[in-house]
Design a protein around this ligand. Sequence first.
Ligand SMILES: Cc1cc2nc3c(=O)[nH]c(=O)nc-3n(C[C@H](O)[C@H](O)[C@H](O)COP(=O)(O)O)c2cc1C
Length: 240
Amino acid sequence: MSNLSFSEIVHTRRSVRVYHPTDYDPAAVTKSLELAVLAPNSSNMQLWEFYRISSAEIKSQVAEACLSQNAAKTAQEFVVIVVRPDLWKSRAQANAQHVQNDVKSNKKNFTGMSRLQYYQKIMPLLYNNDGLGIRGLFKKIYVTLKGISNPIVREVTGADIRVVVHKSAALAAQTFMLSMVAEGHDTCPMEGFDSKRMNKILNLPCKAEVNMIISCGKRLPEGVYGERFRIPLEEVIFQR
Ligand SMILES: Cc1cc2nc3c(=O)[nH]c(=O)nc-3n(C[C@H](O)[C@H](O)[C@H](O)COP(=O)(O)O)c2cc1C
């Protein structure tokens, strides 16, 4: 564990493409995953899973599915972040149960009841989509009409839900990568991979999708490709 400040952690984190062959502590991943699940996520539905890949055999399959790119070839371990929109029912039930327990122990009846309805009524409305997109189409028509007179959330289709779950998973990914730096380790997030092959390697159900594959290890100096480059702040930060 390092003693870096938050700002130092952010400045130290780089995408690393070549890792030390032996220096590595898997406990850094254990700890960082415990923190990753604390990331903010849409409606607290937690429609994510994290697969640790450390066996030599599966690591080489994953590296191949990552197109044998440098960031994958020398990884000590991979963390594969997977989104599971298909688990919406059980996650909504778990949240509803949590609200009920909360109400019992804190006697917060008013907010408790509306939070309960949120998980029992709104979540099924949003997440229960059919493969053909028919429900999504009806929901879209409804929000478009309702939105003429009132502000309303317009992202209600199955395709919109895909974006929702990937957004939340990416926040967990970032929490994980920053924590890895705090633990004296490095990472590289990857979206350059064969999604079909990855689903097969992990034996995932068809509605699950790999959000990001994160290679883990400790950097070698040649593992960081050059100075950091960012577009000047005045070109990306605006005030209205
Ligand atoms: C969603 C996502 C996907 C990425 N995919 C890859 C990848 O497949 N291979 C790779 O070498 N780097 C990948 N990167 C790393 C970026 O290239 C890197 O973050 C960017 O160049 C900025 O450099 P820095 O992370 O060192 O600040 C990815 C980053 C993100 C956030």
